[in-house]
Design a protein around this ligand. Structure first.
Ligand code: PLP
Length: 384
């Protein structure tokens, strides 16, 4: 199928629709969108301002400014255990572009990508645009939305080309253990599949747990494309900057596409991102501590509500509660909750068929708004 044919079939994002809806009502509280409510830390803004003042306003090298690629490689070796060099790092327009470049560089027409679902909705669109087919592999609520190698293996056939793993996950917040990720990597190696690992929520881990990068496994390194971003960690969603790490062969394909699609990432954003890496984690840790506080609060509130069954997420900033007991479909639940209370949550089906019976709640919003939203949701559920 051509890209224009795929575009005819693609639906607009459900999340955006809810976002626009929320903007129409003054008393609305949006728990719909997955973006940090904090401002970008000052040192990062200063880094970009300095770059602007120094006239860093021209094209950057296609793959990114050398200092940033070097800093990303160094961070990935030190923190993620990924044995990589700067020439395997591609600076991208957020993780969103990185994902598309990755799929487009490895897929042939009709190749299948296994997508543990519910999953971030861009995966399906991106895979289709790259000529592939996404195959949902359900992550069970009874397993806290974790998935294991055995469950994935059942969906592998001779058209399977890759597996995408997002841990911590959007929308469920599930974070796979090192052992779970290792056995998925072993399966991929055995079946000669690529692994695309979306690590944008790597720092959003709670209760002392740590994320794990599949590319740190030496045998998996060359078949793994690591996708990451500054968007969530540093509250930089609007800067549009992320990166991909891949073997030299895949890197050079991704670079060619990036070159023709975008040329390069905004030059002064790259200096801001460099400052983020140099500046350390003090402001990030403060934000994460606040997310952790909100997570505990929302968990306690949801757990006490009628008709709701909630899994405690290990990472990211979402809850994905089950609302089947309301006897409303996920879509009706979202519509009625908005109409009757002004609270916006996202229909779980936006993240795949197996998201049915669930809604996604983002707690990337102030405690004050969360308190109000939880009060309103509680009285809505009392009346059902
Ligand atoms: C799992 C996941 N991957 C990637 C992205 C896209 O991030 P970026 O802003 O870097 O394009 C998001 C954004 O919501 C996400 O949730």
């Amino acid at each position: 199928m051509s890209i224009s044919d795929v575009l005819k079939e693609l639906k607009a994002s459900e999340i955006r629709r809810m976002f626009e809806l929320a903007a129409k009502r003054e008393d609305s509280i949006s728990l719909g969108i997955g973006e940090p409510d904090f401002p970008t830390p000052n040192n990062i803004k200063e880094g970009a301002k300095k770059a602007l003042d120094a006239d860093a306003t021209h094209y950057a090298p296609n793959a990114g400014i050398p200092e940033l690629r070097e800093a990303i490689a160094e961070k990935s070796r030190r923190e993620n255990g990924i044995d990589c060099t700067a020439d395997e790092v591609l600076v991208t327009i957020g993780a969103t572009e990185g994902l598309f470049l990755a799929f487009a560089s490895i897929l042939k027409e009709g190749d299948e990508v296994l997508v543990p679902a519910p999953a971030f909705l861009t995966y399906n669109a991106s895979i289709s645009l790259a000529g592939g087919r996404s195959i949902e592999v359900p992550c069970m609520e009874k397993n806290n939305f974790h998935i294991n190698a055995k469950e994935i293996e059942q969906s592998i056939n001779n058209r399977t080309r890759a597996i995408i793993i997002a841990s911590p996950n959007n929308p469920t917040g599930a974070a796979l253990s090192k052992e779970e990720l290792k056995s998925i990597a072993e399966l991929a190696i055995e079946k000669d599949l690529f692994i695309i690992t979306d690590e944008v929520y790597e720092r959003f881990m709670y209760d002392g747990k740590k994320s794990f990068s599949i590319a740190s496994i030496p045998e998996a390194r060359d078949k793994t494309i690591t996708i990451n971003s500054f968007s969530k960690t540093y509250a930089m969603t609007g800067w549009r900057i992320g990166y991909a790490i891949a073997s030299k062969e895949i890197f050079s394909k991704m670079l060619k596409l990036h070159m023709y699609l975008a040329s390069c990432v905004n030059t002064f954003s790259q200096y801001g991102a460099l400052e983020a890496l140099i500046g350390g984690y003090e402001s990030v840790d403060k934000m994460i501590a606040e997310y952790a506080r909100r997570r505990s609060y929302v968990y306690d509130r949801l757990s006490a509500m009628k008709h709701v069954r909630v899994t405690k997420p290990e990472g990211a900033f979402y809850f994905f509660p089950n609302i089947e007991d309301t006897n409303l479909s996920s879509a009706d639940f979202c519509d009625r909750l908005f109409d009757e209370t002004g609270v916006v949550v996202v229909n779980g089906e936006a993240f795949g068929e197996c998201g049915s019976g669930h809604v996604r709640i983002s707690y990337a919003t102030s405690m004050e708004k969360l308190e109000k939203a939880m009060d309103r949701m509680e009285s809505f559920l009392e009346k059902i």
